[in-house]
Write a protein of this length. Structure first.
Length: 509
C-alpha cells in the first residue's frame, strides 16, 4: 500500500535572502570544500537564493593564487559537460572566489585577511562576513583566536560576522568546554554556528513537522503506546583513506556524539513554545539531560563495541579494519557501537532507545524506527491469524528518504488472515523537485542567521558528558583486542543479544 501525494515544487518558495556578504573558507583546498561547500554555494546561487553581491575568500597553505582556486571551484561545482550557458554561469560563479595563502598558525595570515576584507568594503563590496572552518579540528582554536586578534569578529553598521565550526567539536567533555571557551572569547554565542550536517537532511527536519503538525501522532508519542525506538546508521564503506582520523576517533565519537544523539533529541523532545532556535534547542537539551547516566557497570550492560574483520560487501572481498592502510595492527578503535539508552522523564520512562552504527555493514542505511506496543490479541485468537505484528513508524533518512507506517490489514479471502502492509511517503514521488542537499540548507541558514538547525554550547556539552562517561569506562577496561564482526553483516552477535535479552530484535533496514 503506497500513499502518493501530489504537491508543487517547494524549492525556493518563501526562502529568505541574506544580505551582501563575503564568505571566508579556511581549508579551501580540502575535501569538504570540494565535495560539499563549493557545490552547495553554487546551487544556492543558481537557485537565486544568494544576493547579487557576494564573494568568497579561500584560505590555505598551498601556492595556488586566484586562478588556481577558481579552477578548483569549477571542477568541484561540476564543469564537466553541460550547456554553453551553464559553463558560462559556472565560470562567472568561480570569478567570485579569491585566494589568500597563509599558515593558520601565523598571525600575519589574519592581518592580511582583515586588509583584504577591508579593501572590499572600501570598494563598496559586501560587509557581512561568514567564516567557515573547513580544516582539521586541531586548527580550530588558533583560527578562532586569529580572527579575534585581527578584530574580524566585530559587527558594525548592521553587518554580521559569524563563524561556522565543523564537527567534531572537541574529543571529550573537557576539550569541548575548552573549545567553547575559546569561541566565546572571540564571538558571542549567537555568532557561533556549530554544524551537524545531519540536521540539514530533509527527513531529519521533517521529524518535527511529522510529530507536531499532525494531530494524530503526538497523543500516542509516549511510554503508554510506544514499546521502543531503534536508530540505525549503517555504512557499507570502510575507512576509505581516513584511517589516520578514524583510528583516533572511533564510531562513538564520529557518529553517536553528534548525529545519533541529535536524532534522539528530535524524536524525544517536548513541543517547543515556538519554532525558533532557542525554543527548539531548549527542549533538545532537556532530553540530553534526562538520559540516564552511564556508570561503568551500566556501560558493561548497555554498550557493545567491535571492529570489522575481513568479509564480503556487495559481493566483493574486503579486508578487515586492522588490515586497512594506515591502521595499526593493534588498533582498539571501534568501528561498530550499539547502545541502549533510557530517558528518565514523564514521557519516556521505561522506553528503551536502541542505537547502532558501524562501518562495513550489509548496506548503507540510516533510519529511525518507532515501534508501538502490540494490540490486544483476544479478538483474533480463534482465527487463522498468527501473532499480530506491532505497528511501526519508520523514518528513512538515507537512502530513499521518506516515512513508512506499518499496519495490519486483512488478506482477501474467506478466512480472517492479517498481514502487515506498508503505507509509504517518499520524497522523490511526493514532490516535484529534488530536496536540497543538507549543506545548502545549513549554509543558507547561517547566512540569514537562523541557528535552529545548529547546536548550542550546552547541547554540545551535554552530549559529550554522556559519551565521555562511556569513553572513561572503556579506558578502565583497556581490552587487548576488540570483538570482531564479519564485514558485510549487521555487526557482532553481542549487539543482537543486547536486544534479545529484552525480548526484542533489530530491524533489518
Amino acid at each position: 500500500m503506497e500513499a502518493r501525494l501530489q504537491a508543487p515544487s517547494v524549492r525556493g518558495e518563501g526562502e529568505r535572502r541574506p544580505p551582501p556578504f563575503t564568505a571566508v573558507i579556511f581549508g579551501v583546498t580540502g575535501d569538504l570544500t570540494r565535495r560539499k561547500l563549493v557545490p552547495a554555494l553554487y546551487h544556492l546561487e543558481r537557485e537565486g537564493l544568494l544576493p547579487d553581491r557576494f564573494g568568497v575568500v579561500g584560505v590555505a597553505r598551498q601556492e595556488l593564487g586566484d586562478e588556481g582556486v577558481r579552477a578548483l571551484v569549477e571542477e568541484a561545482a561540476g564543469r564537466a559537460g553541460g550547456t554553453a550557458a551553464e559553463r558560462t554561469r559556472l565560470a562567472a560563479f568561480a570569478r567570485r572566489f579569491r585566494y589568500l595563502r597563509g599558515d593558520f598558525d601565523d598571525p600575519d595570515t589574519y592581518r592580511r585577511l582583515a586588509a583584504a576584507l577591508g579593501g572590499e568594503e572600501d570598494a563598496g563590496g559586501a560587509r557581512a562576513r561568514l567564516f567557515y572552518l573547513a580544516t582539521p579540528p586541531r586548527f580550530y582554536p588558533r583560527i578562532l583566536r586569529g580572527l579575534g586578534e585581527a578584530d574580524l569578529s566585530r559587527e558594525e553598521s548592521g553587518a554580521f560576522s559569524r563563524v561556522v565550526v565543523e564537527k567534531p567539536f572537541g574529543r571529550d567533555l573537557a576539550t569541548a568546554r575548552e573549545l567553547n571557551s575559546v569561541a566565546e572569547g572571540v564571538f558571542r554565542e549567537s555568532q557561533v554556528f556549530r554544524i551537524d550536517h545531519y540536521l540539514g537532511k530533509e527527513t531529519v527536519q521533517n521529524i518535527l513537522v511529522f510529530r507536531f503538525a499532525n494531530g494524530i501522532f503526538e497523543p500516542v508519542w509516549n511510554r503508554q503506546y510506544i514499546d521502543h525506538v531503534q536508530i540505525t546508521v549503517a555504512e557499507s564503506l570502510g575507512v576509505e583513506g581516513r584511517a589516520s582520523y578514524y583510528d583516533e576517533t572511533g564510531a562513538l565519537r564520529d557518529m553517536v556524539q553528534n548525529h545519533m544523539l541529535q536524532l534522539v533529541t528530535l524524536i524525544a523532545m517536548e513541543p517547543a513554545v515556538a519554532f525558533d532556535a532557542d525554543a527548539v534547542r531548549d527542549e533538545k537539551v532537556k532530553v540530553l539531560r534526562a538520559i540516564r547516566p552511564m556508570t561503568p557497570e551500566a556501560v558493561r550492560r548497555n554498550v557493545v563495541r567491535a571492529q570489522y574483520g575481513p568479509g564480503r560487501v556487495g559481493g566483493e572481498p574486503v579486508p578487515g579494519y586492522r588490515q586497512e592502510p594506515g591502521v595499526s595492527p593493534t588498533s582498539t578503535a571501534e568501528t561498530f557501537v550499539a547502545l541502549r539508552l533510557f530517558i528518565d522523564n514523564w514521557r519516556w520512562a521505561g522506553v528503551p532507545f536502541y542505537l547502532r552504527t558501524g562501518k562495513r555493514l550489509a548496506r548503507r542505511a540510516t533510519e529511525i524506527a518507532v515501534q508501538f506496543r502490540r494490540a490486544p490479541h483476544l479478538m483474533f485468537s480463534r482465527t487463522a491469524t498468527p501473532e499480530l505484528e506491532p505497528n511501526v513508524i519508520t523514518m528513512r533518512i538515507q537512502p530513499d528518504e521518506g516515512i513508512v507506517l506499518r499496519l495490519g490489514a486483512k488478506v482477501p479471502g474467506a478466512q480472517v488472515k492479517i498481514r502487515s502492509v506498508d503505507m509509504d511517503f517518499l520524497y522523490e514521488t511526493a514532490f516535484a523537485s529534488e530536496s536540497p542537499e543538507a549543506y545548502e540548507r545549513l549554509l543558507l541558514d547561517a547566512l540569514v542567521g537562523d541557528s535552529t538547525l545548529f547546536t548550542r554550547r550546552d547541547e554540545v556539552e551535554e552530549a559529550w558528558a554522556l559519551v565521555t562517561s562511556i569513553l572513561e569506562a572503556w579506558a578502565g577496561e583497556a581490552p587487548a583486542r576488540l570483538t570482531e564482526y564479519e564485514a558485510g553483516g549487521w555487526g557482532p552477535p553481542q549487539a543482537d543479544a543486547l536486544m534479545e535479552r529484552d525480548g526484542r530484535r533489530w530491524r533489518q533496514p
